[in-house]
Ligand binder design. Structure first.
Ligand code: C2E
Ligand code: SIN
Ligand code: SIN
Ligand code: FE
Length: 396
């Protein structure tokens, strides 16, 4: 290719890069696009985007180990990426294994052999490194000065998008986490297996919503709002909430008020998610045939989000142990749900549950595994967490 065509091709690639990163607001998607595009533009075999975790004084990046996505963490100053983030200067290395800064950690984990490495810092608004772009193994020869210039341009173009997405992600996460912790408060008193039921019913709700054809965003909103459905239980006295046996009629009447308490607690919120949570809290015990509480709403008068959560909640309540009942088998719970078609539950929601049942079971197993892992980790003394540099990727 002639010099002129080479330049034109680069311009086209840069324009495409700018377009693609401007169109993506989510950090996750942004990092994937960037890595793929940079790899392509620089004719490198791999590209990693490392981000600075200032709180932990570490860098992290997502890596694929076989089919599994993991998070690799590197202490600031360590490895090539750590060096670039700490010093703010670029490096271009022709033989990685002969460079003392190279640690081989990444190679070992993914079963790879790095030959050539080039890395440049990603600078934030205040000029401090917020991350590192790293490309590995150029298809022919080593990375040139021109390649370095190009990688710097790409890093400059991407930096503010990454910074914004990170800030937004932080805000979104703390909002979601606060909501989830509020839900935990209510459940803390109710159940011993803190969070287990909430995590599972929340996943089921999101899966059912998607199977009903709702958009990704709508399904995610239902997933994150649903754990608050029982928040009103904080106002129910222990003598009722934790009663080992069957409730008397009066006790059950009081228990039913958890729907109204919940909606009062969440009423008139500014947050869309909390307003959705209020809608779910008040209506999640309404029945499709109108026999539910607190208002006896019927069919389509019950918000669809509540019709979804109702199925997800009861399904998980049945397969869980409660102070007042043992755990049912999955098959028994399934038959029960089916038997309540058009009585307690919306037939379309049941259809969606069954259509996505493999996914439901997988989510259930994943959450059960996660809870076990968390328990094991919590029991270890500080500093002893097995594979120090790895963290399971917690999807949120
Ligand atoms: P929960 O334990 O989270 O149960 C949610 C819903 O799952 C129940 O709503 C019910 O529709 C379904 N469910 C749970 N266990 C069973 C069961 O063994 N058989 C059947 N057929 N359905 C079951 P419901 O009935 O409106 O109860 C709302 C909440 O009231 C329950 O939430 C629980 O906290 C409390 N509750 C209900 N019955 C009793 C009871 O007999 N004793 C005690 N201590 N609490 C109860
Ligand atoms: C990197 O910083 O390039 C990854 C860690 C290593 O040096 O192997
Ligand atoms: C969280 O874990 O903080 C968010 C809620 C969830 O993923 O269940
Ligand atoms: Fe409830």
């Amino acid at each position: 290719m002639g010099r002129r065509q080479e330049l034109e091709k680069r311009q086209t690639l840069l324009a495409r890069f700018g377009r693609l990163i401007a169109a993506e607001t989510r950090l996750d998607g942004l990092l994937t696009i960037i890595a793929e595009e940079v790899r392509h533009i620089l004719a490198a075999d791999r590209c990693s985007v490392f981000l600075v975790d200032a709180y932990k004084n570490e860098l992290w990046t997502k890596i694929l180990v076989g089919p599994e996505e993991k998070i690799l963490r590197v202490p600031m100053g360590q490895g090539i990426a750590g060096f670039v983030a700490k010093t703010g200067s670029a490096v271009n290395i022709r033989d990685a294994y002969r460079d003392s800064r190279f640690t081989q950690d990444l190679d070992r984990v993914v079963g790879y052999q790095t030959r050539t490495v080039m890395a440049v810092p990603l600078k934030g608004r205040d000029g401090r490194p917020v991350g590192v772009f790293e490309v590995l193994n150029k298809s022919k020869g080593s990375f040139t000065d021109e390649d370095e210039g190009l990688l710097r341009i790409l890093a400059t173009m991407a930096a503010s998008f990454i910074e914004n997405a990170t800030l937004y992600e932080d805000l979104r996460r703390s909002h979601l986490e606060t909501i989830y912790r509020m839900a935990l408060v209510a459940e803390f008193r109710d159940q011993q297996d803190t969070g287990k039921h909430l995590r599972r019913m929340s996943r089921f709700s999101g899966i059912i919503a998607a199977a009903l054809g709702m958009s990704y965003l709508e399904s995610e909103e239902i997933r994150y709002a649903s754990p608050l459905h029982d928040i009103g239980k904080v106002a129910i006295p222990d003598a009722i909430l934790r009663k080992p046996g069957k409730l008397s009629a009066e006790e059950y009447d009081e228990m039913k008020r958890h729907t109204l308490y919940g909606s009062q607690m969440l009423a008139n919120a500014e947050s869309r998610l909390l307003r959705l949570a209020a809608k779910i809290a008040v209506a999640h015990h309404e029945h499709y045939d109108g026999s539910g509480y607190p208002y006896g709403l019927k069919g389509m008068d019950i918000p669809v989000e509540a019709r979804i959560v109702s199925v997800a909640d009861v399904f998980d309540a049945l397969v869980s142990r409660r102070v007042y009942k043992g755990a049912w088998t999955v098959d028994d719970a399934k038959s029960y749900i089916k038997s309540q078609e058009s009585k307690l539950f919306d037939p379309e929601v049941i259809k969606a549950l069954f259509a996505s049942f493999d996914e439901i079971l997988a989510a259930m197993e994943e959450e059960n595994r996660r809870i076990l892992e968390d328990e094991v980790i919590n029991r270890l003394p500080p500093g002893v967490s097995g594979e120090q540099s790895f963290e399971r990727h917690h999807q949120s």
